[in-house]
Design a protein around this ligand. Sequence first.
Ligand code: NAP
Length: 275
Amino acid sequence: MEEVFGVFGDPVEHSLSPVMHNAAISALGMKAHYHAFRVCYEGLGDALLGARAMGFGGVNLTIPLKERAFTLGFVELDSLSRVIGAVNTVDFRDGIRGFNTDGLGALRALEDASVSLRGKSVVLLGAGGAARAIAFQFASVGARVLIVNRTGERGRRLAEDVATVGVAEAFSFSSMEELLDGAHVLVNATSVGMHPLVDRTLVTGDMLHPGLVVFDIVYNPLKTRLILEAEAAGARIVTGEMMLVYQGAEAFRIWTGVLPPVDVMKRAVLDALGV
Ligand code: NAP
């Protein structure tokens, strides 16, 4: 029988996970399929129990369910998803277990671009779900994480949480230029610049310097305004598709024990984005 994998979310129709995972499934010759399922916030508990009862291989969770999974009493959280407070991968092989692969996806995207983080200063824009995962992952490999978030209190709370595993501090936007002067990496983990508001950026080219690595996790569009300004300023750029690919690859490995072909997954994502 064909094994079923999927992504639960609402909205979910624009998710690139089905094309990415189905490309890997085909390349590996597996008898399986990955579908998108629209699951509302209140429906997540029933959907997870149903998926387990029907023998699903595993699911990813996206907006607005990552934090919801955390509040369901029956999802057994691994240590990372517990500190992050969000789950993006659920495995059904041994109960219902929750993981968060977003931070690892971001780390591998930078490693792919030959960027190492140990001892480096990273300015992280945002303190939402993706930023939390990135902050914990980067601090745990020895980066100094400098968090700047629109809602200051949320940024300060994240810095306090991350300080339990590494070095993290919160700053206001007014410190941005000074922070960037001494930084090695800038990560945009906000939704600013994402379709349809593609002309927005929190940081402009005049604040960037050659040698700085500018990583925008937004992948729709792939070349955000921040990425275009960074290119023009001579900074090194890392676009969002490889984080998507590597977080998905790690989920696939958790479910199947198999490392999927990341090149095939990347091609599928770029094709879907029309790049
Ligand atoms: P989220 O939990 O809703 O967090 C959104 C963040 O953006 C918050 O820090 C929020 O600040 C900030 N923000 C939103 N509008 C802003 C504005 N106008 N000015 C300043 N800050 C603003 O979302 P998320 O799940 O972390 O996702 C964030 C982005 O990352 C999305 O574009 C998503 O598509 C992308 N993403 C990419 C990947 C990948 O694999 N490449 C993975 C996950 C997410 P406040 O706290 O002040 O509200």
